[in-house]
Each structure stands twice: as structure tokens, then as C-alpha cells.
Design a protein around this ligand. Structure first.
Ligand code: HAM
Length: 409
């Protein structure tokens, strides 16, 4: 019979990889908790409209990449990202009444129907942060600091923080008009996607990787608009403040004026953290400010900023982590006593197993040395004397102790 295989763009995370995933998850909890963030878990599917209105209906994510299905006349979508879902929950649960800043972190699977390649999957996992209620640049700096701190704690240091500002809707409109004016004469030379973006979302033109478009955007009159400072005084002050805070915190960054991000909700600060050790899919983190999203989705006017990181990309940078071993393996040919001792140890929180098939003593010892840190030997003498023999499987050291004095460290 034909074997059913895992779907294209999806992967099993196998037990041997779990130490890395536990490390990423436990470190997220540890680091984000240190900054006062609380974990939130939102559903994996939401109303399609949430993403159309939240992420934006001119984006590739909403136009091409969503897993959408109908159930009971409702259009539902597997979440392609989690900012929209967290904002929905923030509004629905009246979290604007909590004292600001409200800092929420999350982890979990996301779904995008993209062309799979190294570092790009159709089901992937993100760990992220959303901070609500602070319009000052201190929040932008703290969010970037949280990302950098988390990455450092994972042992990832060969990374570059790229920073840009998209201004506010007012200054951005002027920029878009100027950009369109200089690009218009070259419109027929642009790729199909850029021809659509030109009207719908001209900022995304800057993000295009196709060589023919790159050539057009490198023209001096177009570069002059891109490199020119288009942002208004208030947005400019915000950006300057952020850069000063980052300098104070010792966080190095590079200005990338072409960084516009692929989601529509951003204003002012946007950033990405890129690895120097990944291929073309080198962004491990993407984020930015989205001051209008809460209001646009029906909530109180609440400024916000956040980021998300791709956990598969982090995992491939972290590399190997040793598999977690059992603390103890009970070696005994008296199954009834072995069961009792195993349960005694488990009730004390010690991870242990015994041989379910009552194999020969030597075979049990072999299994113990492969899977556990200690072999706890329960032979007939030990049983008769209320004792156990403990063998440290690293050092080979062995001693016999009273059963209730057993210590495994
Ligand atoms: P994003 O840039 O679309 O932003 O995704 C964030 C990160 O998720 C990327 O930098 C990448 O590491 C990872 N990622 C995205 N797509 C894939 C994929 N197909 N396969 C593997 N990894 C992927 C967002 O999702 C925003 N919600 C971030 C945010 C939070 N902005 C503000 N708050």
C-alpha cells in the first residue's frame, strides 16, 4: 500500500530535535518574563476577515498565501501570523483597561502557502512579542532589546539588526506620490508583481528582488527619492530618540532604507534581524510599530509594537543540543520490585524506566548505559536488605545504599 507522506512545506519535529525546541521555548519564557511579558495562546484559525483587515488585502500573505476554508458558511483561515490574532484578543478581552504597557508573548505554528525552500515552510513556528499602550520610542527600544537579549541567550551573536522608519500615514503618502512620479516612466519595464504594487502598495516596490526591477530602482533619480529624508518632524524625532536609546543600550544597528516589511499595518519603526549564516531566507526576526491596528480592528486607539521570529530558522542556527537522558534505569529481574521502585522514584520527580520485558540482567545494564545517567540495581541481596546499588554510568562509580537514602546527583 502506498505510504502517506508528510505534506510539502511541512515537517515532523522529531524527538531527537526536541532538546533545541525545549531550549527555545524555555528561554523565551525566561527572557520575556524578565521584561514583564505574559504568555498568550490564541486559536490557530480565525475569521478570514481578521487577516484581510489586519495584515492588509494588498499584501502577498493575504492575496496568495492564506489557507482559507469554509465551515457553516463562515470563511476561516489558518493564521499566517499572530499579530492580528493577539490584537483581536486584546480588544475582545478589554486589555486596554490594564495598566500600560501590556506585554504579551506567544509561540506556535503559522501557515503560509509559499514556495517551500531552505528556511521557508508552509507550516512554520514563530515566537513573538506584542507590546501595547506606549507611543514613546522607549517601547521600540525595549522591544528590540528583548529580541537581541533572547537571541544572545540562545547563543546567537552573528546577527545584524536592520532598522528603518516608514513615517506616519501623512508623510508616507507624500513619499509614495514622489516615488510613483519617478518610477512611472519605467512602469513597462517592471515585473508583473511590481506593476500591481505600483498602484496598490508602492512602498513594496522597494522590496522586489527581481533583477529588472532592481536595475530600475538603482537609477539616480529614483535613489534620490529613496535616500531622501521624507519623514515629518514628529516621526523624525521618534526615530532619533529610538537611535539614541539603542546607542545607550549598546545595540548596534544598520539603517536600511529599503526595509518596508511585507505587512500593511506598520508605521514609523520597522526592523529585521538577519543572520550572516543563513542562505537567502536570512531574516530570523521581523517587527515594527503598528499604532493604528487596534483602532482599525474596532478597539480603542492604542499604540503598539512587536516582533516575531521564525523558530525553524533559529533552530538551524542553534545546531546540535545533546538529547536529554533519563535520570535512572532500574536494573532488576524482580519485575514487581522494579515497578515499585520506579514508581517511588517517579513520585519524587525522578525520570526513570524499568525493563518491561524482564530481559537478562546484562542486557538491562546495556540499555541503562545508553539511555540513563544512573543504573539503579535491585538484585536479590539488595531486595532482602532494603538496599539498592547505584552505578554512575559516566564515571562507573558504584555504591550500595539504603533504599530510603537513595540520592541521584
Ligand atoms: P514576518 O516578517 O512575516 O512578520 O515573520 C517573522 C519571521 O517569521 C520571519 O523573520 C521569519 O523568521 C519567520 N517566517 C516567516 N515566514 C516563514 C516561512 N514561510 N517559513 C519559515 N519561517 C518564516 C510577522 O509575522 C509579524 N507578525 C511580526 C510582528 C509582530 N510585527 C509586529 N509584531
Amino acid at each position: 500500500m502506498a505510504i502517506i507522506k508528510v505534506q510539502k512545506g511541512t515537517k515532523d519535529i522529531l524527538p531527537s530535535e526536541m532538546p533545541i525546541w525545549h531550549f527555545m521555548e524555555e528561554t523565551a519564557n525566561k527572557i520575556f518574563t524578565k521584561y514583564g511579558a505574559k504568555e498568550i495562546r490564541t486559536p490557530i484559525f480565525e475569521a478570514t476577515e481578521l487577516f484581510a483587515r489586519g495584515v492588509g488585502d494588498t499584501t502577498d500573505i493575504v492575496n496568495k498565501e492564506m489557507y482559507t476554508f469554509e465551515k457553516s458558511d463562515r470563511s476561516l483561515t489558518l493564521r499566517p501570523e499572530n499579530t492580528a490574532g493577539v490584537v483581536r484578543s486584546f480588544i475582545e478581552n478589554g486589555m486596554h483597561r490594564l495598566s500600560a504597557p501590556v506585554k504579551l508573548w506567544y509561540k506556535g505554528p503559522m501557515f503560509r502557502y509559499e514556495r517551500p525552500q531552505a528556511g521557508r515552510q508552509r507550516q512554520f513556528h514563530q515566537v513573538g512579542i506584542e507590546v501595547f499602550g506606549i507611543k514613546q520610542a522607549t517601547a521600540d527600544a525595549e522591544v528590540i532589546l528583548m529580541a537581541v537579549d533572547y537571541l544572545h541567550e540562545l547563543g546567537l551573536n552573528d546577527l545584524t539588526v536592520e532598522l528603518n522608519t516608514l513615517g506616519c500615514p501623512k508623510c508616507r503618502e507624500e513619499f509614495k506620490t514622489k516615488l510613483k512620479d519617478v518610477i512611472r516612466p519605467y512602469l513597462p519595464q517592471l515585473c508583473e508583481d511590481c506593476q500591481t504594487r505600483f498602484d496598490k502598495n508602492p512602498l513594496r516596490l522597494l522590496d522586489c528582488k527581481s533583477p529588472e526591477c532592481q536595475e530600475v530602482y538603482a537609477k539616480p533619480e529614483i535613489q534620490a527619492v529613496i535616500q531622501g529624508d521624507f519623514i515629518c518632524e514628529e516621526c523624525s524625532e521618534h526615530f532619533e530618540e529610538l537611535k539614541n536609546y539603542l546607542d545607550t543600550l549598546g545595540i548596534k544597528y544598520e539603517r536600511n532604507r529599503l526595509l518596508v516589511r511585507g505587512l500593511d499595518y506598520y508605521n514609523r519603526t520597522v526592523f529585521e534581524i538577519k543572520s550572516n549564516n543563513l542562505g537567502s531566507q536570512n531574516a530570523v526576526c521581523g517587527g515594527g510599530r503598528y499604532d493604528s491596528l487596534v483602532k482599525n480592528l474596532g478597539g480603542e486607539d492604542t499604540p503598539a509594537i512587536g516582533f516575531a521570529m521564525g523558530m525553524e530558522r533559529l533552530a538551524s542556527l542553534i545546531g546540535e543540543r545533546a538529547e536529554e537522558k533519563l535520570t535512572a534505569y532500574i536494573v532488576s529481574n524482580n519485575t514487581a520490585e522494579a515497578v515499585k521502585l520506579t514508581q517511588e522514584l517517579r513520585s519524587k520527580g525522578i525520570a526513570c524506566e524499568f525493563d518491561l520485558t524482564n530481559k537478562k540482567f546484562v542486557k538491562q545494564l546495556e540499555k541503562a548505559s545508553k539511555t540513563a545517567k544512573f543504573a539503579v540495581i535491585l538484585g536479590e541481596d539488595e531486595i532482602a536488605n532494603g538496599e539498592v546499588t547505584v552505578k554512575n554510568l559516566d564515571s562507573g562509580e558504584q555504591k550500595t545504599v539504603k533504599r530510603d537514602e537513595l540520592k541521584l546527583d
